[in-house]
Design a protein around this ligand. Structure first.
Ligand SMILES: *[C@@H]1O[C@H](CO)[C@@H](O)[C@H](O)[C@H]1NC(C)=O
Length: 693
């Protein structure tokens, strides 16, 4: 009895306890649901370094003002984890100085980081680091959860104030330390030996040694990057590492690195040094971040060949498996010869059949070894050989910033075609070139005589590329001879000075002349004006795909002398200018500008720079202000050239801002010729100051 009562008691108590616990539990559940309705983005300060955060991938919110140079950033595209997360985000262009959310992903350490100037931030160089990170735009992804709170390396508050920073100190630079440079020849010799098991045709020993010869390197001060650095204060050479042996404070050590790599030979060659302790001796490495685990050497890439390269490979059914394998071997060989790396060339691959698909983008594999492994895994798509469609795809998608396009490096696309494409390539290639892509064609085993009838677009390779004496095309007789193209191709794609297919101030404009034919000019002076127009035109590269020229003459009335699509060679243009007949009449400059907008510039191609050069000798009868505003509003860059009785104030209204660069006054017609060089120079200076693709 007593037992029963006891047991009952116990079960009542037990039940009570269970109820109590569940009650608490469900209360907790509810609290959780209320408390955590959605993902909150953790915030950090500008000075927080990626290395302090343990999470391999996270979304974080940066405050405004992280562009400040006191938040040091090391590297370009791939940043050493010793960098300010938010500073790197500004440098990479994902954020601007007003802050915002970013996605940070940790990646492997590199054997060197190259500084660069980008988006208002000067990043610094660092020889070697145990961990890196990249910055991506924070896009909400389905099924991926990010931490709402970050895990920090030490118990130290993440909100370290600037100045108070880190216990880090820097090793002094020891000028006496001997560092063995590894030459390109040695580097390539090693990789060639690794490859000797390959069953595919390889270059003969003599060719192999030819392949090993390094491309000429710039002599002296950073010739590769002079345009970036020549005008800045870096030239002063302040704080060169060797001159400051005893630097202790991180901030001043950072300053020592502010000298761009390209301007300093010893730093510029750093990536060629043997990895190991010698490298660390050469730089300033905060002690706390020193890693004992040794990293495999990863190349930074050949700094003399900084290009963003897209390979378009033919995966059509007709190519067959054996040839497809040769094609892959070719890609691997090219990747190796190029020496892929974040400070040199980057390479992605698109395979096309019926449709194109990106195998990997520019930023997927950033060294030749990883590329080799990835190329190995590519499987053939099959289908037709729609190269034109693939080129359009590359123009639209491949060279976007999110896919790793670096902006400063020329865009190059190499199209491999087995036989001939099954669609048209000319138009797609033209658009690619006009968007700044340097397009190369390699055709292998082209059509033989009785196959020519099947070719969709005869002479397609020559139509697709820039007409520069075969520089952009290769015709290979047999797949088994393809390997011989590796070196010539590498040489050409790295010859960045000759990559003329991308836009320049001379080849990318629709240039419209608006010529005053009023009575006050007179026949003789009108001839001089035409000479002037011809002399300006001569400076440009003229073709259907390069600069095009049009002309309007006006008095009270207006007439189209020739539109942009009328002539597409220089001799034809010069002839047409010569044939323009003097009209004689009044001077309605405002109406003429409107007419030019309508008749010339409305037919301008969207990716051309619209330039208007207006030449007048007197004050307009009508108001020029509204037409001029319309021109500026439509993106027509307007130069106003006034002669003799022209009104300076009117010229300044017509001209694009700043007027001093876009308006010119000449006292007499005979002095017009003096302004040709200056106008051309201003056109080019303005062009070069614009951001490039
Ligand atoms: C045009 O160029 C020719 C040849 O260089 C020169 O003699 C002439 O003076 C120039 N005229 C004008 C108006 O620019």
């Amino acid at each position: 009895m007593g037992m029963v009562v006891l047991t009952m008691k116990a079960s009542v108590i037990e039940m009570f306890l269970v109820l109590l616990v569940t009650g608490i539990h469900s209360n907790k559940e509810m609290a959780k649901k209320i408390k955590r309705p959605k993902f909150t983005v953790p915030q950090i300060n500008c000075d927080v370094k990626a290395g302090k955060i343990i999470n391999p991938e996270f979304i974080v919110k940066c405050p405004a003002g992280c562009q400040d140079p006191k938040y040091h950033v090391y590297g370009t595209d791939i940043y050493a984890s010793y960098s300010s997360v938010c500073g790197a985000a500004v440098h990479s262009g994902v954020l601007d100085n007003s802050g915002g959310k970013i996605l940070v992903r940790k990646v492997a350490g590199q054997s060197g980081y190259k500084g660069s100037y980008s988006n208002g931030v000067q990043s610094l160089s660092l020889p070697r680091w145990r961990e890196s990170f990249i910055i991506l735009e924070s896009k909400p992804q389905k099924g991926v959860t990010f931490p709402s709170a970050l895990t920090y390396l030490s118990s130290k508050s993440p909100a370290v104030k600037a100045g108070e920073t880190t216990k880090a100190y820097y090793l002094p630079f020891l000028p006496g330390t001997t560092i063995q440079p590894v030459t390109l020849i040695q580097g390539l010799a090693v990789t060639a030996a690794e490859d000797s098991h390959s069953t595919l045709p390889k270059p003969s020993p003599s060719e192999a040694s030819a392949t090993s010869s390094p491309r000429p390197r710039p002599v002296g001060h950073g010739s590769g990057e002079t345009d970036l650095w020549s005008t800045t204060s870096y030239a002063s050479g302040q704080n060169s590492p060797g001159a400051n042996p005893g630097i202790q404070r991180p901030d001043s050590a950072g300053a020592a690195f502010q000298k761009p790599v390209g301007a300093d030979v010893s730093l510029g060659e750093m990536e060629l040094w043997k990895p190991g302790s010698a490298l660390l001796d050469a730089g300033f490495v905060p002690k706390e971040e020193l890693s004992t685990q040794s990293l495999e050497p990863v190349s930074q890439g050949d700094p003399n060949c900084r290009i963003d390269l897209s390979f378009l490979i033919d995966g059509s059914s007709s190519i067959g498996r054996r040839r497809f394998r040769i094609q892959k071997q070719f890609l691997t060989d090219v990747a190796q010869a190029l020496d892929i790396g974040p400070a040199g060339p980057l390479m992605g691959v698109v395979q096309y059949g019926d449709n194109p698909a990106t195998q990997f983008s520019l930023k997927t594999h950033m060294n030749s070894r990883d590329l080799k492994a990835a190329i190995e895994k590519i499987t053939q798509r099959g289908g037709l050989s729609n190269a034109g469609r693939a080129i359009s795809f590359v123009t639209k998608n491949f060279f976007s910033k999110v896919n790793g396009n670096r902006g400063g490096a020329p865009n190059v696309a190499v199209v491999l075609v087995d036989g001939w494409p099954t669609d048209k390539v000319e138009e797609a290639s033209r658009l690619a070139r006009e968007s700044g892509i340097n397009i190369f064609f390699i055709t292998i085993e082209g059509a033989v005589e009785n196959e020519k009838q099947y070719v969709v677009e005869p002479n397609f390779a020559n139509k697709a590329v820039c007409r520069t004496n075969g520089f952009y095309s290769f015709n290979v007789q047999s797949w088994f001879g393809l390997h011989k193209t590796v070196q010539p191709l590498v040489k050409r794609v790295c010859d960045t000075d000759r990559l003329a297919c991308s836009k320049t101030c001379f080849n990318s404009a629709d240039l419209g002349f608006v010529i005053d034919g009023s009575s006050s000019v007179g026949t003789g002076n009108f001839r001089t004006v035409l000479q002037f127009v011809a002399n300006l035109s001569k400076e440009f590269e003229i073709s259907e795909t390069d600069t095009r020229i049009g002309a309007v003459q006006y008095t009270y009335e207006q007439r189209l002398e020739f539109g942009f699509d009328k002539y597409n060679t220089k001799p034809d243009i010069l002839n047409a200018i010569k044939r323009v007949g003097y009209w004689s009449g009044g001077t309605s400059t405002g109406a003429a500008i409107n007419y030019a907008l309508e008749q010339l510039f409305k037919k301008s191609k969207p990716n051309k720079r619209k330039l208007m050069i207006l030449i007048t000798d007197g004050r307009s009868y009508d108001d020029v202000r509204i037409p001029a505003m319309a021109a500026h509003h439509k993106g027509v860059i307007t130069y106003a050239i006034g002669v003799a009785w022209a009104a300076q104030d009117e010229l300044e209204v017509i001209a694009t801002y700043p007027a001093k660069d876009h308006s010119f006054f000449v006292d007499e017609f005979d002095n017009l010729y003096k302004f040709v060089p200056r106008i051309i120079q201003n056109i080019c200076t303005e062009f070069n100051s614009q951001p490039r693709n």
